[in-house]
Design a protein around this ligand. Structure first.
Ligand code: ADP
Ligand code: ZN
Length: 616
């Protein structure tokens, strides 16, 4: 198949529209697909929701023979196969959950070349019999999902994956495409070597998720705060992460008592109950799942509209992975973190118990970065991407609380001088808590013992709350006027830039949040992508009805984004419907009429209500 020019550009665009119902490729999809079609190996790092499955599902439908997809999670395999079948692609999976008869059926389909796509668990590659069957079938190419599992340097090593190195050896002329959402440069090289990819086309996509809005709010009473958020986002599906089983139960019960359809998920529940709750969430039977971080692996639900962290996460890696579960369909979604300083000692308690000193310091450093993310007035997106070594060049991302016009600059030079003078006069030997105590004139035992109440700056900042002065310290750290040094109890030190502010007449500006403005921006944003919420609810019920009848999760029928587009463009005919993103030929045929009928009925009703006053 190599070098075959049969699949020109027109063909793949045509398939993109007719089979998948999409108007355009996402970044990198086209180059990956053409490489596979040209018979070339591929290595691709793309973020969650970047659209990896299309990269192999599309060529699978175009190329003769069967594309073999290696995927480690049995629960996801079924979802992927269901989704492919809904698009009219012939697909099957083979894993350890199946009976011998079921496996034999799949072999038959494979042998008679009736499959475009076959999903396989990695352990099959250790079975001689399986390899022989595969060798005698027409394999168009191999796709390896979650390819980082082959690397011991990654965070999710699976020994079964090592067997995949047989593929390039045994199938000399068959291209292999490896995909992952997480790989540092080092892990990337390791993956390429371990599988034995042959001069692969390498793609490293940006980790930026433009459709996610990041925000941090100060945590006070988190239950009512969550409820307030849900009030602003009625009916939207979301995940709420909490740290402990107890807090998961508490929040789930609280939300239930307020009439929200919420269920808990944590390791203390029986595996049946966990499965049941996960499925209820997947099938849109409940709105919210309250979970510990145990939840999320192996969920493919694309219409998660928000992820809330009600407690401070321990590190940015975990946080980013969890927020990444929002908005996989590309539709707007929110990632909200409730940040309370009170969470810090709880995490430190666990970190302090790590016996290996090196590991403990690493964990501490990661926690400090997480605290920095939550407390610095720097674009959240810039901070997150920076953490993964990616530079975000734009001044404003327009989709985080800091950048969305919700902040304004103020001169805090005087406040900065008060804080830094307190730091300097006490010999740069104290941490934030004590420095803030001095500035606010607190009457503590420690202050009296050290006679810090005799300092000139003692009580110089009495007029403002402690939280305000903490935020000034955070700001000075963020702007590198002050730095933290030492562990486990870091002390504040003044940097060169700090000295320039303290003694050299330099000014320091800070960004202060203004909630009111933020709200106006949010409302404006909502207007631009506005759709009829009432109709959306109706279409959602149609989707739920069809999903139940077809025994698939609702998002496999149509994504939220597709329904919203229907609410905006109000398709009345098949031709209109076909133009909606996410509506391919198969789905148009199967479901088009149900949705068109519902839209018509709705508009008729609306017109009825609009007309009646005229008649009077
Ligand atoms: P990943 O596996 O990379 O996390 P998926 O393959 O699950 O991502 O894709 C995420 C979502 O994006 C799915 O709902 C998919 O249908 C949608 N999608 C993929 N490619 C496109 C595209 N070109 N246009 C619109 N939506 C797309
Ligand atoms: Zn931003």
């Amino acid at each position: 198949m190599a070098g075959n020019n049969m699949h020109d550009e027109a063909t793949i665009f045509d398939v993109l529209k007719t089979v998948f119902g999409f108007r355009a490729f996402r970044p990198n999809q086209e180059s990956i697909i053409t490489s596979i079609l040209d018979g070339r190996d591929v290595f691709a790092v793309m973020p969650t929701g970047g659209g990896k499955s299309l990269c192999y599902q599309l060529p699978a439908t175009v190329m003769p023979g069967t594309a073999v997809v290696i995927s480690p999670l049995i629960s996801l395999m079924k979802d992927q196969v269901d989704a492919a079948v809904e698009n009219g692609i012939s697909a099957a999976f083979m894993n350890s959950s199946m009976t011998a008869d079921e496996v034999a059926d799949v072999y038959r389909l494979l042998q008679y070349n009736k499959l475009n796509l076959l999903y396989i668990a990695p352990e099959r590659f250790a079975m001689r019999h399986f390899l022989e069957r595969l060798k005698s079938s027409a394999v168009s190419f191999f796709a390896i999902d979650e390819a980082h599992c082959i690397s011991e340097w990654g965070h999710d090593f699976r020994p079964d994956y090592l067997g995949l190195s047989l593929i390039p050896e045994m199938f000399e002329n068959v291209p292999v495409a490896a995909f992952t959402a997480t790989a540092t440069q080092r892990v990337q090289e390791d993956i390429i070597n371990k599988i034995g990819l042959r001069r692969p086309h390498i793609v490293r996509a940006s980790f930026n998720r433009p459709n996610l809005f990041y925000e941090v709010k100060l945590k006070s009473k988190v239950g009512p705060q969550i409820l307030e958020f849900l009030g602003e986002h009625p009916g939207e599906a979301g995940i709420i992460y909490r740290t402990t089983r107890e807090s998961v139960m508490e929040t789930a019960d609280f939300l239930k008592s307020k009439g929200i359809a919420a269920l808990p998920y944590h390791a203390g529940l029986s595996s049946e109950e966990r499965k049941k709750n996960q499925e209820a969430f997947n099938k849109d039977e409940i709105q919210v799942i309250v979970a510990t971080i145990a939840f999320g692996m192996g969920i493919d639900k694309s219409n998660v509209r928000f992820v809330i962290h009600a407690d401070l996460p321990r590190n940015i890696e975990g946080y980013y992975q969890e927020t990444g579960r929002a908005g996989r369909d590309g539709g707007a979604a929110r990632c909200l973190l409730f940040f309370g300083r009170g969470d810090v000692p709880k995490i430190r308690y666990f970190i302090d118990r790590i016996t290996d000193e090196g590991d403990r310091l690493i964990a501490m450093g990661k926690l400090n970065k997480m605290i920095g993310y939550a407390s610095h007035n720097v674009c959240r997106r810039k901070q997150l991407l920076g953490f993964f070594g990616e530079d975000y060049p734009a001044d404003s991302c327009a989709a985080c609380d800091i950048c969305s016009g919700s902040v304004e600059e103020t001169d805090i030079t005087v406040e900065a001088q008060i804080v830094m003078s307190a730091i300097s006069r006490t010999g740069q030997r104290f941490g934030t808590g004590h420095v803030v105590d001095i500035v606010t004139g607190a009457d503590t035992k420690r202050i009296r013992e050290l006679r810090h109440n005799e300092l000139k700056t003692y009580g110089a900042g009495k007029g403002k709350e402690k939280t305000y002065w903490r935020s000034v310290v955070d700001e000075l750290i963020a702007q590198e006027a002050v730095m933290q040094e030492g562990d486990p109890y870091p002390v504040l030190k003044i940097t060169k830039r700090g000295s320039a502010v303290l003694f050299g007449g330099e000014t320091i500006m800070a960004l202060r949040k203004q909630e009111v403005k933020a709200k106006a921006v949010r409302e404006k944003r909502a207007e631009s992508g506005e759709y009829d919420k009432e109709l959306f609810e109706k279409l959602r019920s149609v989707r739920k009805r069809l999903a139940d009848a077809h025994q698939v999760p609702p998002y496999i029928i149509f994504s939220d984004k597709t329904l919203q587009e229907m609410c905006r463009s109000l398709p009345f005919t098949s031709a209109d419907m076909r133009r909606v993103s996410g509506v391919g030929d198969m789905k148009l045929e199967r479901y088009g009429k149900d949705f068109i009928d519902e839209i018509r009925r709705y508009l008729d009703e609306k017109q009825g209500t609009n007309k009646s006053p005229d008649k009077n």
